[in-house]
Design a protein around this ligand. Structure first.
Ligand code: SME
Length: 160
């Protein structure tokens, strides 16, 4: 088990990581390039991240999310709206934190090592849901309000 950051250290790490992401994204308008950068930098900034990536709203298949840029083990390719933690967040357009994914009804197990999860909706400047950002940990109850606030700020700054 890796060493855990306390809340203050974790919050400071989100602030630093947000600055790094903003600097790298400066001047880049391509959405996939932006998503790949956000997933990469965050994945390597935090030890408690096991899988880090985006599921995009598929404009060709309404009601489905399709895999986007990610880091980690092989992800499921498609998730219907309403299914699993990602689908629940997409429907509600709200962040979802799940301490024990195995106790979450309809959880989609892409990797059996996944134990807890946070999913943040990605809403663009027009107010449209374009994706969800999903982070899994291989330990239970690894995400809290500090992760939510840090991630929502980064997602808003990068895609809002
Ligand atoms: N566990 C997710 C599916 C995506 S993966 O974990 C990469 C869910 O239930 O939404």
């Amino acid at each position: 088990m890796y060493e855990l950051m306390n809340a203050v250290e974790k919050s400071a790490c989100y602030t630093e990581t947000a600055k790094e992401i903003a600097a790298v994204l400066e001047g880049e308008s391509n959405l996939i390039a932006r998503m790949a950068t956000v997933a990469n930098i965050l994945h390597h900034a935090f030890d408690h991240y096991f899988w880090t990536g985006f599921y995009l709203v598929d404009t060709e298949k309404p009601g489905e999310l399709v895999i986007g840029p990610y880091q980690g083990t092989l992800g499921c390719l498609r998730i219907p709206f309403g299914r699993g933690v990602c689908g629940a967040s997409a429907i509600a357009r709200e962040t979802r934190i799940v301490d024990d994914v195995h106790a979450f009804p309809g959880h989609i197990a892409c990797d059996a090592n996944s134990q807890s999860e946070i999913v943040v909706p990605v809403i663009n400047a027009h107010g449209d849901l374009i994706a969800v950002f999903d982070i899994d940990s291989d330990q239970k109850a690894m995400f809290d309000g500090v992760d939510r606030d840090g991630l929502e700020a980064i997602i808003r700054a990068s895609f809002g």
